[in-house]
Ligand binder design. Structure first.
Ligand code: FAD
Length: 475
C-alpha cells in the first residue's frame, strides 16, 4: 500500500516549504516533494528563490556593493586602499555557501516539524474516492497518496524567441549568477527587477552594461517620480538604458555575440557584447506534473487556474506562488502557502494583495507598497502627496548616501495612506513600516505623530508623512 498523507506539497520553494511547515504545525501528516538538485545530485530545498533567485542575487549584490564602496567611497572616509581587486571565484564560492546554508536550514526545519521529504519529480498519477495518487520519480520510483495536494511548482525564465539559453553566452538568471569572470561588455534584455539587479552586480564589478528595454517607459509599474529618480541615478553610475527598442536577431558564435535591434527612433542598431542576460519575464512551471491526468485546469499562459483562495478546479487541490496569478514574489508565495494550510485546517487564512511590498535591490534601492500616483489619477481618486528627499536626512548624509526620496500618498478626504514609494538607501527595510501602517489602515497623520529614532533613515518616512500636510520640519 502507498504511503498516506493528509497533505502533499509539490515543490519546496518559498511557497511549498512554508505551506508544508504550517500544515505540519496545524497537526497534519505532511509530505513535501521537490526535485531541485545541488552540484552533487543531492536535494537543494528552497526552489528558485534559494538556489537561483532572491538569495544568491542578494549575496552577489552585497559582494559587488562592497567592491563599489571600496573603489569609489572609501577615499572620502580617509581610508586608503592599494591594488583593489576582485576574486570572482571566491565571490561565487561565498554565494554558494550562503545558498547551502539556506538549503540545509529548510531540511532542518522539515525534520523539526516532522515533514516527510521526498527528493524527485512529482506527477499526478490518479484521483479516486477523494484521494490523489502522486508518483515520485527520484533515485527510485514510488507512489504516495494524499487527501489534499498543494501545487507550488514555481516558474522558469522566459527565453527570447530564436535565442534559447545556453547559460554560457545567453544567460537566464541561473547563468547570470555563475559568470566566471567579469565580462567586459554585458547586454541585458529587459529592465525588470531581475535584470536590473543582475546588471548592477556586473556593472559594479567593472562591466560596461547596456540595457535594451521594449517598453517606452522605464520601470512602468513603479511610481514615475520614483522611476525617474532611479533612472537618473543608474545613468549617472554608467548604466546605458535604451527604451522603446525592438530586439531582432541574436547571433551567438564562438567568438562573438551580437544583438540586432531597432531603437526608439526606428534606426537599425547592433549591440556587440561578451555575455547577454535575457530577463523578459517568467512563465509558470508545470513541466512533468501531468496535470491532464486528473484534469487540473491551466490558463492560456500555462498558469494553474485558481480562485481568490488558491482553490483549483479540483476538490482539495490547491495551487500557490509563481505557478498561479499574481506577483511573482517569494513573500507572496509564502503568504499563500500559510493561508492555504490554514484553510485546509478550517481556519480563515488571508492574503492582502493590496499591501504586498515590492523591492528592487539596486543601488539606490527601490521599494513600494500600495498604489502609484499614476494609478490613483487613472482611478479618479482624490489624493494628497508628500515627499521628503534623503538629501535632507542626517543619517543619509552620515552614510554618504543621499540619493532619492520617500513619497507618501494619502486619501484627500480621510488621510488614509494609499501608497508609499521609496528610492534610496535601505528602501527595502524602510518599506516595512509603511506595510504595517497600510495593514492597520493608518493615516499619514498617524505616521507623522509617531516618534522615530534620530538620526535614522526612517525619519524620512515621518517627514514624508508630515509633507502630506505641508508641514515638514527639516526641508
Ligand atoms: P519556486 O521557488 O520556483 O519553487 C518551485 C520548486 O518546485 C522548485 O524547487 C522546483 O524544482 C520544484 N518543482 C517544480 N516542479 C516539480 C515537480 N513536478 N516535482 C517536484 N518538484 C518540482 N522574489 C522576491 O520576493 N524577492 C527577491 O528579491 C527576488 N529576487 C529574485 C531574483 C531572481 C534572480 C529571480 C529569478 C527571482 C527572484 N524572486 C524574488 C522571485 C522568487 O524567486 C519567486 O517568486 C519565488 O521563488 C516563487 O516561489 P515558489 O515557491 O512559487 O516557486
Amino acid at each position: 500500500m502507498s504511503k498516506q498523507f493528509d497533505v502533499i506539497v509539490i515543490g519546496g520553494g518559498p511557497g511549498g516549504y512554508v505551506a508544508a511547515i504550517r500544515a505540519a504545525q496545524l497537526g497534519f501528516n505532511v509530505a513535501c516533494i521537490d526535485e531541485w538538485k545541488n552540484a552533487k545530485g543531492g536535494p537543494a530545498l528552497g526552489g528558485t528563490c534559494t538556489n537561483v533567485g532572491c538569495i544568491p542575487s542578494k549575496a552577489l549584490l552585497q559582494s559587488s556593493e562592497h567592491f563599489d564602496h571600496a573603489g569609489h567611497h572609501f577615499a572620502e572616509h580617509g581610508i586608503g586602499l592599494k591594488d583593489l581587486s576582485i576574486d570572482v571565484a571566491k565571490m561565487l564560492g561565498r554565494k554558494d555557501t550562503v545558498v547551502k546554508q539556506n538549503n540545509d536550514g529548510i531540511q532542518y526545519l522539515f525534520k523539526k516539524n516532522k515533514v516527510t521529504f521526498f527528493h524527485g519529480r512529482a506527477s499526478f498519477a490518479a484521483a479516486k474516492d477523494g484521494v490523489y495518487d502522486i508518483k515520485v520519480a527520484g533515485t527510485a520510483e514510488e507512489t504516495i497518496s494524499g487527501k489534499h495536494v498543494i501545487v507550488a511548482t514555481g516558474s522558469n525564465a522566459r527565453a527570447l524567441p530564436g535565442a534559447p539559453f545556453d547559460e554560457e553566452n545567453i544567460l537566464s538568471n541561473d547563468g547570470a549568477l555563475r559568470v566566471a569572470a567579469v565580462p567586459k561588455k554585458l547586454g541585458l534584455i529587459g529592465s525588470g527587477v531581475i535584470g536590473l539587479e543582475m546588471g548592477s552586480v556586473w556593472r559594479r564589478l567593472g562591466a560596461e552594461v547596456t540595457v535594451l528595454e521594449g517598453l517606452p517607459t522605464f520601470l512602468g509599474a513603479v511610481d514615475q517620480q520614483i522611476a525617474k529618480e532611479a533612472h537618473k541615478a543608474f545613468t549617472k553610475q554608467g548604466l546605458k538604458i535604451e527604451l522603446g527598442v525592438t530586439v531582432g536577431e541574436v547571433k551567438s558564435g564562438k567568438k562573438s555575440l551580437s544583438v540586432a535591434y531597432t531603437n526608439a527612433k526606428g534606426e537599425a542598431q547592433t549591440l556587440e557584447v561578451d555575455k547577454l542576460i535575457v530577463s523578459i519575464g517568467r512563465v509558470a512551471n508545470t513541466i512533468g506534473l501531468a496535470p491532464e491526468t486528473v484534469g487540473l485546469k491551466l490558463d492560456e499562459r500555462g498558469a494553474i487556474v485558481v480562485d481568490d483562495e488558491c482553490k483549483t478546479n479540483l476538490p482539495n487541490v490547491w495551487a500557490i506562488g509563481d505557478v498561479v496569478r499574481g506577483p511573482m514574489l517569494a513573500h507572496k508565495a509564502e503568504e499563500e502557502g500559510v493561508a492555504v494550510a490554514e484553510r485546509i485546517a478550517g481556519q480563515h487564512g488571508h492574503v492582502n494583495f493590496n499591501t504586498i511590498p515590492w523591492v528592487i535591490y539596486t543601488n539606490p534601492e527601490i521599494a513600494w507598497v500600495g498604489q502609484t500616483e499614476e494609478q490613483l489619477k487613472a482611478a479618479g481618486r482624490a489624493y494628497k502627496a508628500g515627499t521628503f528627499p534623503f538629501m535632507a536626512n542626517g543619517r543619509a548624509r552620515a552614510l554618504g548616501d543621499t540619493t532619492g526620496m520617500v513619497k507618501m500618498l494619502a486619501d484627500a478626504a480621510t488621510d488614509e495612506i494609499l501608497g508609499v514609494h521609496i528610492v534610496g538607501p535601505m528602501a527595502s527595510e524602510l518599506i516595512a513600516e509603511c506595510v504595517v501602517a497600510m495593514e492597520f489602515r493608518a493615516s499619514s497623520e498617524d505616521i507623522a505623530r509617531i516618534c522615530h529614532a534620530h538620526p535614522s533613515l526612517s525619519e524620512a518616512t515621518k517627514e514624508a508623512a508630515l509633507a502630506v500636510d505641508k508641514r515638514t520640519l527639516n526641508f
